[in-house]
Design a protein around this ligand. Structure first.
Ligand code: 6PG
Length: 256
């Protein structure tokens, strides 16, 4: 059934992170119980750091069945895995290294994008990994239990930046996207993959996101300009967890 998106306005980034950690535990308990496999796609940038810090420590850490977790990435930069720009490295530093050191997680449960490869090879390799891991038939998309997304001040999400080619890619699970304004290639899941997830959760914090958030949630439909508008799970729950600063330009009473 198509659930209505829901918006939570929390006081600040740490409150957003707590709401996201609560969701991780909830969704994990409902999905890992069933198939004992809880496939999660992590996002990059800086916002997820606060969430990762919570997940790696009590009480959240102890409420998660880490043995069932399979971690993937929504996107990454075309840099080696130990590069300061790497979303994978950020996750290692803020969460995964501690879980691996404690034996909560095994390397085999961590599926990073092989961004040390040339971009097209990295995208193709990751697509094959997804097809194999989710035992997909041709034309099928993986169904993640949970996809975390961020949103840039320009309304981009994943590495789907305004007016870039990847916005139109629907026949691949993973694609290379050249981002002119950054003059870099990125490897990203395509939006149909996010839209096939059971839960998609945006974490958005900071005043610099307020204008884009209002446009994405309340402005005219213009996904070329505001790619986050492409995200609409066709059989799943969409949640926006935002802080008061990012929600500043929303209509009063928008939360619910
Ligand atoms: C990335 C992310 C990107 C991010 C937004 C928000 O690779 O940078 O996947 O989509 O979520 O840019 O980034 P911040 O959380 O740093 O604001």
């Amino acid at each position: 059934a198509r659930d209505r998106a829901h918006l939570v306005v929390a006081d600040d980034l740490s409150a957003v992170a707590r709401a996201a950690a609560d969701l991780f535990v909830q969704v994990g308990q409902s999905s890992a119980g069933a198939q004992r496999r809880f496939a999660v796609a992590l996002s990059g940038g800086s916002t997820p750091r606060a969430l990762h810090a919570l997940l790696g420590a009590p009480p959240y850490h102890d409420a998660i069945n880490w043995a069932a977790v399979q971690l993937y990435w929504g996107d990454d930069r075309c840099v080696p895995p130990d590069d300061p720009e790497s979303n994978y490295r950020m996750a290692r530093e803020t969460l995964l290294d501690a879980l691996l050191a404690r034996g909560d997680l095994r390397e085999e449960q961590i599926h990073r994008m092989p961004t040390e490869l040339p971009p097209q090879e990295a995208a193709s390799a990751y697509e094959s990994q997804l097809r194999q891991a989710f035992a997909l038939e041709t034309g099928q998309a993986p169904r993640f239990a949970l996809v975390f997304l961020g949103m840039g001040a320009d309304g981009h999400t994943l590495s789907l930046f305004p007016h870039t080619a990847a916005l139109k890619v629907t026949d691949q699970l993973v694609t290379v996207n050249f981002v002119p304004k950054l003059n870099v290639n990125r490897v990203t899941l395509t939006y149909p993959v996010a839209n096939n997830a059971a839960h998609v959760v945006f974490l958005v914090a900071g005043a610099d996101k307020a204008e884009a958030l209002a446009q994405v949630l309340e402005g005219p439909r213009d996904p070329e300009q505001f790619p986050a508008q492409l995200i609409a799970p066709h059989d799943g729950q969409l949640s926006w967890l935002v802080d008061r600063a990012a929600a500043a330009h929303l209509q009063p009473g928008a939360a619910g």
